[in-house]
Design a protein around this ligand. Structure first.
Ligand code: SF4
Length: 320
C-alpha cells in the first residue's frame, strides 16, 4: 500500500507486550509507568486478524517487538501462524536477548527469519546503570545463542548514549569483527519530553573504525527491512551499520507503521495520531480504518521540535 507521498508501506512493527525484565532509562523514563491490563492488550486472534488484513494490503514483513516479545506466552505459535499468512515473507524479532538461550532453538523451528538484540554496552557496570536491573552476562549468553544458532540473520542494536566510551564502542564493534552478527549504531530519538542527547556521531565512529581496523566501505545490498546503512570493514565477519534518524533522517523512504500491544496503529513513531484497531475489529471496519490512517501518515518526523500531536508516550508503551 502507498501513502500520500508515494512511499510503499510493506512493513509493520507489532508490539506484543509492554512487559520487560529490564528498565532501560531511555525506554522507560518513568519507572512507575503502569503496564496495560490483560483485557486492554490485543488478543491472539486479534493480532492474527490485524496481520492478515495488513498482508492483503501489501505488507510483507512483520517485526515483533515489546517491551520484551519473548515474554509473550504464545510467541512460538504466533510466529508459525504469521508465517503461514499469504503475503507475509518475513517475521523477525527484537529482543533484549535474556531469554534467547532457552528459546533460540524453538524460534528457529517456528520459522523466525532474523533476530535483533538490543545491547548498548559491553561494560557490565554501564549495562547495570542503563538497564537499571540487568546483568550483562545474561544478554551476552543471548548473543552467543543467536550467532551459534541456524537463524539466517543476527543483528545487535546499540543506542548511542552519552555514556558510550571509545573502549565500549570498540568492544561492540568487535562483535561484528569476530562473529556473524551485524552491529548497528542508532542515534537516540528524543521520545516524549526527552531531549536529544549528543553521543559519538556516525562520522566519529567511522573515523575510529578506519583508524583501528582498516578500510571501511559502504555495503549496498539490502540487509534488513529497516533504514540502517551498512559498511564492510576489512577482516570483519559481520557488518557495521548506522541508523541516524536525527542527523540523516530516512523518512523519505519510510516503509513502516507500528501497532502497539493494545492495538493502536501509529503511522509514525514521532506523532501520536493513529487509529484504534481493537475498536475497528469490533466495529467490523478494520481495513477501512487502516487505509484511513495511511492517509494521515506524516511526511517526516519533527523530533526535537514543539509540534502538535507530538508523541508523548515512551518507547515501552509504543514498542520501538
Ligand atoms: S520517523 Fe516516522 S516517517 Fe520517519 S522513518 Fe520513522 S516512522 Fe517513518
Amino acid at each position: 500500500m502507498r501513502d500520500n507521498f508515494g512511499r510503499n508501506i510493506d512493513y509493520i512493527r507489532l508490539s506484543l507486550t509492554d512487559l520487560c525484565q529490564l528498565r532501560c532509562g531511555y525506554c522507560v523514563p518513568d519507572e512507575n509507568v503502569s503496564c496495560l491490563k490483560a483485557h486492554e492488550q490485543l488478543t491472539y486472534d486479534e493480532i492474527k486478524e490485524i496481520v492478515a488484513v495488513f498482508s492483503t494490503l501489501g505488507v510483507k514483513k512483520v517485526k515483533l517487538t515489546g517491551g520484551e516479545p519473548l515474554l509473550y506466552p504464545k510467541i512460538m505459535s504466533l510466529i508459525q501462524d504469521l508465517k503461514k499468512l499469504t503475503g507475509i515473507e518475513e517475521v523477525t524479532l527484537t529482543t533484549n536477548g535474556i531469554k534467547l538461550p532457552e528459546t533460540m532453538a524453538d524460534l528457529v523451528k517456528a520459522g523466525l527469519d532474523s533476530v535483533n538484540i538490543s545491547l548498548d554496552t559491553l561494560n557490565p557496570v554501564h549495562y547495570a546503570e542503563i538497564t537499571r536491573v540487568g546483568r550483562l552476562e545474561d544478554a551476552l549468553k543471548g548473543v552467543t545463542a543467536a550467532v551459534e544458532s541456524q537463524i539466517k540473520k543476527v543483528k545487535v542494536n546499540t543506542v548511542l548514549l552519552p555514556s558510550l566510551t571509545e573502549a565500549d564502542l570498540r568492544s561492540l564493534v568487535n562483535l561484528a569483527k569476530d562473529t556473524r552478527a551485524n552491529v548497528s549504531f542508532i542515534e537516540k530519538m528524543p521520545m516524549g519530553n526527552q531531549v536529544a542527547t549528543s553521543a559519538l556521531s556516525e562520522a566519529e565512529i567511522k573515523h575510529l573504525l578506519t583508524q583501528h581496523y582498516g578500510e571501511v566501505t559502504p555495503f549496498l545490498q539490502p540487509l534488513g527491512n529497516g533504514p540502517a546503512r551498512y559498511y564492510e570493514v576489512e577482516g570483519f565477519k559481520g557488518k557495521v551499520g548506522f541508523i541516524s534518524a536525527m542527523s540523516r533522517h530516512f523518512c523519505e523512504t519510510c516503509n513502516r507503521m507500528r501497532v502497539t500491544s493494545d492495538g493502536f496503529l501509529k503511522t509514525c513513531l514521532a506523532f501520536s495520531h493513529g487509529v484504534n484497531l481493537k475498536q475497528a475489529i469490533s466495529d467490523g471496519c478494520l481495513e477501512a480504518k487502516i487505509l484511513e490512517a495511511l492517509q494521515e501518515k506524516p511526511k517526516r518526523h519533527l523530533f526535537g521540535q514543539e509540534v502538535e500531536n507530538k508523541e508523548l508516550k515512551s518507547m515501552i508503551q509504543i514498542g520501538g
